[in-house]
Design a protein around this ligand. Structure first.
Ligand SMILES: [Ca+2]
Ligand SMILES: [Ca+2]
Length: 521
């Protein structure tokens, strides 16, 4: 369209200026025209349009002329910058915390270059992330840095880490240490698994699952909370993706290593725009040079969340069953202890329950909106609230470096450990009269549901199927879990034959969900 139209329009303007002004206002309905009589004037006609997909074409026609006894005429036609072809995600209020994201949207692209140019010209105010090289001023060097980031040629990138602290990451990243399941899985999702040199205790136990290509070459970092720094330094890592937010000691003791806390620990499936987890996935995409893959992955997660949310958010309260979200600690672990754990809104376990169409009984506790992730209660309180469902979060390999029962997960096909733990839980005397226990609506859920690199979306899917089976007849948690393994982790692993994640498993039309197909209740 546009290029020839613009030139024609521009020529029409100039012609109009030279031959009389009557037709100028007709060049475009959106044009603004000012006509004023003066003796000597400068005539400037500027037409700017931007046509993208895939490249930006900018056409500017400028024609200064001095004419006696005519007119000042200013005609400006500006069309909005059109959509740039890269696939993006829509998440109102989300602003990527990577320096170079001058216009504060979800990604770094051509729009940021245009935005920085406008800042330099004084047309718009500077933003924090416009200072792409973080040297305190905004100039051409920031445009160069944005271009380098876009071309995967940058020698460094500045991000805000999961704690909101600015961190300079030297690039490229080639020798990675990764802590805990979510970081390790994210390396596979972003196709960086071949760059992983070492992992800490929990993923090391699962190294044959995570690194079938070269499990024996993966080094054990040990307990992530008490690393042997001399040993870690000897691995010549360039980057350590930490799971714990306490990074000061690691930064001090690992000079020359990018110590990066992505914040994967903090998803938000109720308000995804606030998700530190999604920020972390995107930041890792920029650090690893796999931005498009990160965007595709975030889109996949958001589409699942949307699919669930559109059905549950309009449910009347009375159609949402009451739920105790708890964990395999205290009274459930040891009957001599008379306390139990439930979770505040800030915890992904509470959020997945809400998203899935459940009503956490913790929601009227004083600590519900507090900063502490869990709230300690007693079994009598649970009986008083009398929830219809109970979900018991359990972690087999903790980030503290402990292996504990029940045994479940990608490398466990035998359901007996989960079964005996479940039988133990439902026979606890102080819970015997709770509705969830009486009706056997007690489920042990794999730690993966909360802690893997789906940012609690996997848990939301399984819970939705359990809590709202009528609403989610067409949703198969196993299909989504399998897609995660096959498409995103890139692993050859079949949930029909392997893996235990839920007890009791669901059996729907003879399909077993949460355990191998060989399961017989
Ligand atoms: Ca941007
Ligand atoms: Ca700068």
């Amino acid at each position: 369209m546009e290029k020839s139209w613009i030139i024609a329009a521009a020529l029409a303007c100039i012609a109009a200026i030279l031959f009389g002004l009557t037709s100028v206002a007709q060049i475009s309905p959106s044009a603004t025209t000012t006509v004023r009589e003066v003796t000597t004037v400068t005539v400037t006609t500027t037409l700017t349009t931007t046509v993208t997909q895939p490249t930006i074409i900018t056409t500017t026609v400028t024609q200064p002329t001095t004419i006696t006894q005519v007119t000042t005429l200013t005609t400006t036609v500006t069309q909005p910058i059109q959509e740039i072809s890269r696939p993006r995600f829509t998440l109102g209020g989300f602003s990527l915390e990577v320096y170079g994201n001058a216009n504060l949207d979800e990604a770094i692209d051509e729009r940021d270059i245009i935005y920085i140019q406008r800042i330099i010209k004084g047309e718009v105010n500077a933003t924090e992330f416009a200072d792409a090289n973080r040297d305190g001023k905004i100039d051409e060097k920031d445009i160069e840095q944005v271009r380098s980031i876009m071309n995967n040629k940058a020698s460094f990138i500045w991000i805000l880490d999961g704690n909101g602290e600015p961190v300079k990451v030297s690039l490229p990243v080639k020798r990675i240490g990764a802590e805990y399941l979510s970081n390790v899985e994210l390396m596979r999702i972003l196709r960086a698994q071949d760059r992983v040199v070492a992992v800490d205790f929990a993923p090391y136990q699962l190294r044959h699952f995570y690194f079938p290509e070269r499990a024996d070459k993966i080094v054990n970092l040990g307990d992530m909370n008490k690393p042997d720094y001399e040993f870690v330094l000897g691995l010549n890592l360039d980057t350590l993706f930490t799971f714990s937010p306490n990074v000061a000691e690691k930064k001090a003791k690992l000079p020359g290593v990018n110590v990066v806390f992505l914040g994967l620990y903090w998803p938000d499936v109720v308000e995804p725009a606030k998700s530190r987890f999604i920020q972390g996935v995107m930041k890792a995409g920029y650090i690893l040079g796999e931005v498009d893959r990160a965007i595709d992955y975030v889109n996949w997660l958001l589409s699942i969340m949307d699919r669930i949310k559109t059905r549950t958010e309009t449910l009347p309260e009375q159609e949402k069953p009451t739920v105790l979200m708890t964990a395999m600690v205290d009274y459930l672990r040891d009957p001599l202890k008379k306390t139990m754990r439930t979770y505040a809104l800030i915890d992904p376990l509470s959020q997945m329950c809400i998203l899935a169409g459940g009503r956490p009984i913790a929601s009227d506790l004083p600590g519900w909106l507090g900063k502490s992730y869990f709230i300690t209660v007693d079994p009598e309180w649970v009986l008083t609230k009398n929830p219809s469902y109970m979900f018991v979060h359990t972690v087999r390999y903790t980030y503290g470096g402990v292996a504990q029962p029940p045994e479940y997960g990608y490398d466990v096909n035998d359901i007996s450990s989960l079964r005996s733990t479940w039988e133990d839980i439902i026979s606890r005397p102080l819970l015997r009269e709770v509705n969830a226990v009486k009706s056997k609506n007690v489920y042990i859920i794999a730690g993966d549901f909360r802690n893997n690199a789906m940012g609690s979306v996997l848990g939301s899917v399984y819970l939705a199927k359990i809590l709202q089976p009528e609403l989610f007849k067409d949703l198969n948690p196993k299909t989504i879990h399998q897609e995660y393994i096959t498409k995103w982790l890139g692993l050859n692993y079949d949930l029909n034959q392997n893996g235990t994640f839920l007890y009791p498993p669901l059996v729907i039309d003879s399909e077993v969900i949460g355990a191998p197909q060989t399961y017989r209740g």
